[in-house]
Design a protein around this ligand. Structure first.
Ligand SMILES: Cc1ncc(COP(=O)(O)O)c(C=O)c1O
Length: 460
């Protein structure tokens, strides 16, 4: 290793505070350090190549190393590096807002830019509260969201998040957030207490939990329901058939805003520009971020139905909310160039055409004794690991700790696959490669997973 490389590793050890990371894991070993990327692959500081099976963090849709995105950033920085959207506009944010509005379904035409996903969620909740105050329903302020769902780390977004372990250290959080069951069909029997519901019955049942929660809280107090098209945490839960259609009806019936949190599911992750389009529903608000620039520069957005903007149009009304870097000119320019690549390379078509093969590859692992379920949509899949396939028995906390943290994460990475081994719900492995990936990358993912999961089973 060269001296500059040693310096980087030392600086990482001495001065970086990693996110959601147990630093104790790196007391005896160096922090894995990624220095460059190309296409669907990244390279570490030692020159070793890894298949980026998570697109960074569900972000790098068009793949790594795209020169035209770097050039778009440089050009914009030279022309206008920064100006805020506080009472002023700049061309790239305006153009991007118009372009996003054109992609969204229905009348979701009003774009409020943020710098990331958690801020978009935070913004959506604040808008819902103020909107109802302005239209004369001031009691409406509560939100409903689903168990184990992750919606970000700002205190409002964290309050909406359904993962108790991430919240406890920061309580009390923002009051007024209520949980309902998620759509984990694999465990529907346990969740519902009813054996063998059809997917349609389960979809209806799960949506009805939202109606019950609204009734229990009092419809006059509930402002919004937050749900991802495919729930990430817990391991890629797609909606059962009819779920979102029923949820839409319920939200309309009780005058509650349906917020589709598409921080992961937008921008082609499911093969559609926005995630709700995959499942034929039109929300009142979309929150998005990650893939908008493929990560070449940070940005997020809350996209609202035109009617939610109405009360802010006249008089002294104002949404007293904003972020210095929201809709940053460089990020906006990069987002536009990123969306150009989407269109030129027909990435949505590519994902849709390749989804069946990706599914087939992962389904091919079902013969392994540790693979309980394979589920997902587009280029967004989870593999749930179990101790006993027949009973669906999951691992104890201790076993999960040994399996996921003690072995799987590192073994997959050592074998050349960067992906996520996660235990926010039951233990899962998640795959979400760049949208340019295809048959060769799927085969590599399948082969690495087979080897490592086989070994994991033998160690149990
Ligand atoms: C559904 C969802 N909402 C919100 C967030 C938070 O986004 P960010 O990390 O950009 O704040 C995430 C992050 O993964 C997410 O998956």
């Amino acid at each position: 290793m060269t001296q500059p490389e040693n310096d980087v590793l030392k600086a990482a050890q001495d001065n970086l505070w990693l996110h959601f990371t147990r630093h104790s894991a790196y007391q005896q070993s160096e922090i894995p350090t990624i220095v460059r990327g190309e296409g669907s692959y990244v390279y570490d500081i030692h020159g070793k190549r890894y298949l980026d099976g998570l697109a960074g963090l569900f972000v790098v849709q068009v793949g790594h190393g795209r020169q035209e995105l770097a050039e778009a950033a440089a050009k914009q920085a030279q022309e206008l590096a920064f100006f805020p959207l506080w009472s002023y506009a700049h061309p790239k944010a305006a153009e991007l807002a118009q372009r996003l509005a054109a992609y969204t379904p229905g009348e979701l035409n009003r774009v409020f830019f943020t710098t990331g996903g958690g801020e978009a969620v935070e913004t959506a909740w604040k808008l819902a509260k103020q909107y109802y105050k302005l239209i004369g329903k001031p009691l409406k302020h509560k939100v409903i969201s689903r168990q184990i769902a992750y919606h970000g780390t700002p205190q409002g977004a964290l309050s909406i998040t359904g993962i108790p372990a991430f919240k406890q250290m920061f309580e009390p959080l923002v009051p007024g957030s209520v949980r309902v069951p998620n759509t984990n069909h694999y465990r529907a029997d346990e969740i519902t207490g009813v054996k063998g519901m059809t997917p349609e019955e389960y979809g209806f049942w799960a949506a009805e939990r939202v109606a019950r929660a609204i009734e229990m809280e009092g419809p006059d107090t509930v402002a919004a329901v937050f749900a991802e098209p495919v729930q990430n945490a817990g391991g890629c839960f797609p909606p059962p058939p009819g779920y979102f259609q029923r949820l839409r009806e319920i939200c309309d019936e009780y005058d509650v805003l349906l917020v589709s949190d598409e921080v992961i599911c937008a921008f082609g992750r499911l093969g559609t520009m926005f995630g709700g389009q995959k499942f034929d529903y039109v929300p009142d608000i979309i929150t998005c971020a990650k893939g908008m620039t493929s990560g070449y520069s940070p940005i997020g957005a809350m996209i609202a139905h035109e009617r939610l903007f109405e009360p802010f149009k006249g008089g002294d009304a104002m949404f007293a909310h904003g972020y210095t870097f929201g809709g940053h000119p460089v990020s906006s320019a990069v987002a536009l160039a990123n969306l150009d690549i989407f269109e030129r390379e027909d990435l949505l078509g590519h994902v849709t055409r390749n989804e069946p093969l990706f599914k087939e590859t992962l389904d091919g692992l079902r013969d392994l004794p540790i693979v309980g379920d394979v589920r997902g949509s587009g280029y967004f899949w989870g593999i749930e690991l179990v101790k006993d396939k027949a009973t669906k028995e999951t691992f104890t906390a201790d076993e999960s700790e040994r399996l996921l943290r003690g072995f799987l994460s590192k073994a997959l990475f050592d074998a050349g696959l960067y992906c996520r081994a996660d235990d926010r719900g039951d233990p899962v492995i998640q795959l979400a490669p760049p949208l340019i990936a295809g048959p060769e990358e799927f085969a590599e993912i399948g082969s690495i997973l087979r080897g490592v999961l086989t070994e994991a089973w033998s160690r149990l």
